[in-house]
Design a protein. Structure first.
Length: 436
């Protein structure tokens, strides 16, 4: 459902409610509509599957780097086993202990690697973060590339901050419980609360930093925090639900037996990325959603015609060079366009098979030859007016109606004649003028 259809539905559903309640519900429903729309259009489900596969290949290199960095700090090296237990106990539901044993065996074997092997592990881990970078920047519609030095610093900070957060969390908890003065207090009053809330705080902080550092755009900290909290809540609920499903309905264990841990772990990684990308969409939608803009996207047919004409012109120029355009580039060329309106226009043209969206998700191109469609076709699609069928008049033979028809008919015929030209000629003539 695009914005215009949503507005029609909203008008029917909310118009009888009191103004205060109507405004509140419009804010909530408008944001949720935009969120679901963006989640589907950005192909987050597909991206989550690609990230899950990449995570599986990069897991051992990531763990090697994480625990290697933590071992550089004496305070953390002493509690390395506690950190591993904390990660798998709180972030991997159900069969976390089995997965931990497998990964510990793999990680221990990496100590036998040569310098080339260690370099390969580092490259694999960085490529993992690069894949995350690509997915999040697709959501933020940013195709600007960072320079290699900046990219390396951002990626390395992600690989460094995450383990430090976990290490600090475990260290603080262990330190407090070791104090004789605090031990009774922690055990009786704070123990369960701290241990229950610590994984949530850690994951919310990690997601917030992820949404702030990775996108190659300015992301307000407050919106990143809200997105991080949303992702952490979904993560926690999914973890509990997944653990309950595995214990109460052991279907995979019945089918796969001792190998049931593998498909369950894969499903959990996939579900985790869906929630992380959903939190990213929440952050992105918060940055672009403005109720006044979202609920006033319905423009006149003539305005839609002008916007779509200019949009097709930019895409046609790119097509002549054998390329497509990203949303960011189109916005830079049309300063008067806001992002919501532009996306709604692209969706409308895509629905009528005038444009297509590239595999990368952020690229748009022409789906039709503009030499085979007329400006009149675009006008009829966007404008309701002079070319529509006349409504049933009370008295067709009344002189008022006859006079109106006689006046409009020559205008309609002349307009149709002038606009019934290939759309391509309007853009190619512009190029001819520029060349002269």
């Amino acid at each position: 459902m695009d914005i215009q259809r949503y507005q029609e539905w909203e008008q029917r559903f909310f118009h009888k409610l009191p103004p205060a309640i109507r405004t509140f519900l419009q804010n909530i429903s408008g944001f949720l509509h935009l969120l679901v729309l963006r989640f589907v259009e950005d192909r987050c489900i597909t991206q989550a599957s690609a990230l899950a596969y990449t995570t599986l290949l990069s897991l051992v290199p990531l763990m090697t780097l994480v625990f290697g960095m933590l071992s550089a700090f004496p305070a953390f090296s002493e509690i390395q086993n506690d950190i591993q237990h904390f990660i798998f106990e709180n972030f991997v539901p159900a069969s976390g202990a089995v997965v931990q044993d497998y990964l510990e065996n793999f990680t221990q074997k990496t100590s036998q690697l040569t310098a080339i092997g260690i370099a390969f592990l580092i490259i694999t881990a960085l490529l993992m973060v690069k894949t995350i970078d690509k997915a999040l920047n697709t959501i933020w519609h940013s195709n600007r590339s960072r320079n290699p030095v900046t990219s390396f610093l951002v990626y390395w900070s992600i690989l460094t901050v995450a383990p430090l957060l976990i290490g600090i969390s475990v260290f603080v908890t262990s330190y407090l419980t070791s104090l004789s003065l605090w031990s009774d207090v922690v055990e009786r009053h704070l123990g369960l609360q701290v241990l229950n809330i610590l994984p949530f705080v850690t994951s919310a902080t990690a997601f917030t930093l992820l949404y702030m550092l990775i996108p190659n755009r300015r992301v307000p900290m407050f919106y990143a925090l809200l997105g991080g909290i949303c992702a952490a809540l979904l993560f926690d609920m999914a973890k509990r639900g997944f653990a309950l499903y595995v214990t109460q309905s052991p279907v995979y264990e019945t089918i796969y037996g001792a190998l049931s841990t593998i498909p369950l772990f894969l499903i959990w990684i996939y579900a985790s990325w869906i929630m992380i990308l959903f939190g990213a969409e929440v952050t992105y939608c918060l940055t672009i959603y403005r109720r006044s803009e979202y609920h006033n996207q319905k423009l006149s047919g003539y305005s839609n015609f002008i916007y779509s004409y200019r949009l097709l012109g930019h895409l046609w120029e790119a097509q002549q060079q054998g390329s497509t355009l990203s949303l960011e580039v189109i916005l830079s060329r049309e300063g008067w366009q806001n992002e919501l309106r532009l996306m709604d226009m692209l969706r409308r043209l895509k629905r009528h098979h005038w444009v297509y969206r590239g595999v990368e998700g952020d690229e748009w191109g022409l789906a039709r030859d503009l030499g085979e469609v007329a400006l009149l076709d675009l006008y009829k699609m966007m404008v309701s007016g002079i070319f529509d069928t006349y409504p049933e008049l009370p008295d067709k033979h009344q002189s008022w109606n006859k006079n109106l028809e006689q006046t409009l008919e020559p205008i309609r015929a002349l307009t149709e004649q002038e606009m019934n030209k290939p759309l391509k000629t309007f853009y190619s003539q512009h190029l001819d003028i520029q060349e002269k």
